[in-house]
Design a protein around this ligand. Sequence first.
Ligand SMILES: [Zn+2]
Length: 278
Amino acid sequence: MPELPEVETICRGLTQFCVGAKVVGVRVYRAGFIKGSKNHRDLFDTLTVARVHRQGKQFALESVCGRALLFHMGMSGSLTVWPSGSTPAKHVHVLWSLARNNTHFELHHKDPRRFGYVRPYSSMQKIREDVWSRLGPDALCVQVDDLVSIFKNKKLSAKACLLNQSNIAGVGNIYADETLFQSAIHPLRRAGSLSRPELVKLIHHLQLILNRSIWGGGSTIQDHQDAAGKSGTFQNCHQVYGRGGLPCMKCGAILKQTLCSQRTTVFCAICQPRRTQK
Ligand SMILES: [Zn+2]
């Protein structure tokens, strides 16, 4: 599933291509992909895109009249811009035809594994109240004091605490492992045992890594593409994710691999010691 940098990359592309564009047609190839509505007008038909909003790994388009579309990218979803009249690839479930400044183009929502969806809402306020109210602060904006109160007295592991979207929104397996490695924090340390200076370090590395990944167009492990169809490059900068059994890039020790919250977790036992917990 795309994490914050991949979703932010998609959102920046949609802002560039789609804001100010009017939807002049919608084709739905798989009805079940649309949740909660069967009306094409709810899919922005005849409406103009006004803004793109993101919270953690989720994003939505808002029209000039205030209606909104919430997107879920599933495990392998992509939302890419194509010239008008393009033949949709296999697994494209929704196709929007758009026009801006006399230029016509299309937006194709493809999802081979079908875990994603599109859900229309009457307003962004409704999305914020019904869906995003369950999410914690966005990982790019979370403050040290927020993190201190999120981690305080938590008995679960530091990694599980980072992965829980109701604590912090946007961090998944890649960026949790990379952040904990750079912060020299063992992923299985009890969250409540982290000191304020350790959390200051964690937030610094978290936001640095997320921003670097956004700058690199996100991490393309399998399917991630930006709106222009370009793959990300940050996978080439991963220090631990996907490298279990290979040498640590800092100390040369063999990286360990374990399970945490049912997710494969890679760390260096030398660089991320599991200190005595209180
Ligand atoms: Zn190491």
